[in-house]
Design a protein around this ligand. Structure first.
Ligand code: SF4
Length: 416
């Protein structure tokens, strides 16, 4: 039977001919937690009474969300995770070692893998052709101990991308456009699979941005095929041996097909307080911005540093607008330094933060004041997300964020 990517991966893993709606038990290649969900997951695992982890070297504990720790309680959580990793032989990715989903892409995730994480943006690895999804702490604890988990095989929406993006329109605009079109619950528990010539021409870094936000439409996974671009990315990470080619069958059956012409897209912004509350940047031009934040697992990659530097080079941020930049990993930060992007950004008035989640989740490094507005390249703008329910968060691409840092108001990057 012809298969979607999801059906292909879950069939390969389980040895069954799976179809949508089936309940399957699948081996898990990687299980991960981060420092806000990790302590609960570890306690759940310990309560199971299992003597050891099923696969310690594929069990990863990331300390990235509140890193370095801004308060005593979180410091104690970090200590707890470090001790568990040492005692049970799990992999620890400590303070300064980067955002979990970026590190999964750089070091661990492989096409065809099944990955579960106690973090909703685990879906990011779908950009590499991995069936990667977020789960609750109890489910991830069970995967820690058993090395497997259960899924209901999702139905699939095929997102066919055609055409070519205009200058200063990016993958972030593609996914914001899609979420605005179908809504925050428009793909609940579906697999979103991206294909067509527009997807084939996209580098993996763009695919990671799109897969990252699949969950903002409620999707279980966001998947791209594994092709030559995937091989190129894995080769750049020194992991060409991890590559396999993986495509949906030509005659796979989809529940819904959505066509997007990339050439027709505009820079897109999500207004407070939901990701699907989108508008073309032109409709929001002129809204005052107190803080611009460039970073996160969505847009904290080297390509983002370049896009921002290309706009900010030789300019200064508006004096009334703070500019925070958090590279998603040390590898990104070092490359950004080698290429001169970090220097350009500092000279433009940016504050460079350590590799990690920074202000994304609102515990430190950029908490908003009452009535303040942030234009962020992150993936969520829920009420209170950046630490203050009196703050307003707009989501946009890196070029839109960089252009707005220059002017101090929401700005169309094509006009700077
Ligand atoms: Fe979550 Fe933000 Fe960290 Fe990504 S960068 S893992 S969205 S807190």
């Amino acid at each position: 039977m012809a298969k979607t990517l999801t059906e292909k991966i879950l069939s390969m893993k389980t040895g069954l001919e799976v179809k949508p709606g089936d309940i399957v038990v699948s081996p898990v290649d990687w299980a991960l937690v981060q420092d806000t969900t990790g302590p609960l997951t570890v306690r759940e695992f310990l309560s199971l009474g299992l003597p050891k982890l099923a696969n310690p070297t594929h069990t990863i504990l990331f300390i990235d969300h509140a890193a370095p720790s801004p308060q005593k309680q979180l410091s104690c959580d970090h200590t707890f995770l470090r001790k568990f990793a040492k005692d049970y032989g799990a992999v620890l990715s400590d303070v300064g070692e980067g955002v979990c989903h970026q590190i999964m892409a750089e070091k661990y995730a492989r096409p065809g893998d099944v990955i579960v994480g106690a973090d909703s943006h685990t879906v990011t690895a779908g950009g590499l052709g991995a069936f990667a999804t977020g789960m609750g702490s109890s489910d991830v604890a069970a995967a820690f101990g058993l090395g497997k988990t259960w899924f209901r095989v999702p139905e699939t929406y095929f997102i066919r991308l055609t055409g070519k993006l205009q200058r200063h329109v990016t993958a972030k605009d593609v996914i914001l456009h899609l979420i605005g079109m179908i809504g925050a619950d428009g793909a609940t528990y579906k697999s979103l699979e991206f294909g067509g010539p527009g997807a084939a021409a996209m580098p993996v870094t763009d695919r990671l941005t799109i897969a990252n936000m699949a969950v903002e439409a409620g999707a279980k996974v966001g998947l791209f095929p594994s092709d030559d671009a995937t091989l190129e990315y894995l080769t750049q990470q020194g992991r060409s041996q991890d590559h396999i080619r993986l495509f949906a069958d030509e005659d796979a059956v989809y529940e819904r097909v959505i066509d997007i012409d990339l050439a027709a897209l505009e820079p897109t912004v999500a207004r407070p307080h939901t990701v699907d509350n989108t508008a073309a940047v032109g409709e929001l031009k002129g809204i005052k911005v107190d803080q611009v934040f460039i970073g996160t697992c969505t847009n904290g990659r080297l390509e983002d540093l370049k896009l921002a530097a290309d706009i900010l080079r030789g300019k200064r941020r508006n004096p009334a607008t703070r500019l925070l930049v958090a590279p998603a990993s040390p590898r990104v930060m070092l490359a950004g330094m080698r290429m001169g992007y970090i220097q350009d950004l500092v000279q433009a008035g940016a504050t460079i933060l350590p590799p990690g989640c920074a202000g994304c989740l609102g515990v430190h490094q950029g908490v908003l004041g009452d009535g303040e507005t942030c234009l962020s390249t992150a993936n969520r703008n829920f009420l209170g997300r950046m630490g203050n329910p009196e703050g307003l968060i707009y989501l946009a691409s890196t070029p839109t964020a960089a252009a707005s840092a220059v002017t101090g108001v929401i700005t169309d990057p094509r006009e700077v």
